[in-house]
Design a protein around this ligand. Structure first.
Ligand code: CDT
Length: 310
């Protein structure tokens, strides 16, 4: 049994210990519901601070963890061990050598860390943009993760992680699909207003489901999508956390925009229905004609004069 522990807003001045109390409540709910794993969203310990341009180092650093577990987060690890329930936690990490990472951490039911993921696709912008109603400065606050996507042996299966914008890219799922992933955990903070193209605002929910349903189906994997939703410091964010089956179907979905646990019994054997048939990679994929996918970054349009007989 897996739980998606959606969070409602976290205030800018909310202390770590208060947030951890909210997480503990959801972890305990998960334990009562029979969960083996409870998944929290991206940046689950603080407000989504990339909406502000902060120059003062101390003010900025307040939002990052320098140790995990630290004094405020240790109770989560202790409770996981006591309950025998694992968890996945998103937070901002500041390393000893100054690295700034958007991290997802997978912890098992003994309280031991199984895996750590660094967000790969860092969206938004890197400098202050005065015309926006609020900023999306992830490219100012976070380094791009270099390790890529891994399927980790955990929870009696192969578990992968991705964070927010990663979920929009098909390469995210396929990289893990090629390792046989059976469950992909994805936390997100998605503002409902998208400054570069507000025509997309009304489609936020559609796009959210579209990418995770497609990722699940095309790779024969479960996907657990977990939001920090609701109106946080004046900015409305998408909720609608959901659990997607390898068929691409939604098997559970949050109905509120606040703290809410949804659960689903995820039979990992169902993945084989898709991995061994339509998406039998070993039989049907044609990597020899997919060279551009890793060999090229941006679009290179064919020249207007290119003809079949050139
Ligand atoms: N957190 C995160 O990655 N959010 C982005 C917002 C859009 S880019 C400004 C997302 O893809 O949902």
């Amino acid at each position: 049994m897996v739980g998606a522990a959606q969070l409602g807003p976290i205030a800018r001045d909310e202390s770590r210990s208060t947030v951890v109390q909210r997480l503990l409540q959801l972890l305990r709910e998960g334990a009562s519901a029979g969960c083996d794993l409870v998944v929290f969203p991206e940046l689950a310990l603080t407000t989504f601070f990339p909406r502000w341009y902060l120059e003062d180092e101390d003010e900025k650093n307040w939002f990052y963890e320098t140790e995990m577990p630290g004094p405020d987060t240790q109770p989560l690890f202790d409770e996981a061990r006591r309950l025998g329930v694992g968890f996945c936690l998103g937070y901002a990490e500041l390393t000893a050598d100054g690295g700034r990472n958007n991290v997802y951490l997978l912890v098992d039911g003994t309280g031991a860390t199984v895996a750590k993921f660094h967000k790969v696709h860092i969206p938004g912008h890197g400098g202050y943009e005065p015309d926006r109603p609020f900023q999306h400065l992830e490219r100012y606050y976070f380094d791009e993760g270099q390790e890529g996507f891994t399927a980790w042996p955990a929870f009696d299966g192969l578990v992968g992680m991705a964070l927010c914008n990663d979920r929009r890219w098909p390469e995210t799922y396929r990289e893990m699909g090629l390792q046989g992933v059976e469950m992909v955990l994805i936390g997100y903070n998605t503002p409902l207003y998208y400054a570069p193209d507000p025509t997309q605002n009304a489609l936020a929910s559609f796009h959210n489901h579209l990418v995770m349903q497609a990722g699940a189906y095309q790779n024969g994997t479960w996907v657990v999508g977990v939001a920090k939703g609701g109106t946080e410091e004046g900015v409305e964010s998408l909720a609608q956390s959901a659990i997607y089956a390898p068929s691409g179907q939604i098997v559970a979905q949050a109905v509120t925009i606040g703290d809410e646990l949804i659960v689903a019994r995820c039979d990992l054997d169902l993945c084989q229905d898709y991995k061994e048939t339509l998406f039998n990679f070993g039989l049907y994929r044609r990597p020899e004609v997919y060279g551009r996918i890793t060999g090229q970054k941006g679009v290179i349009r064919p020249s207007a004069t290119t003809r079949l007989d050139d």
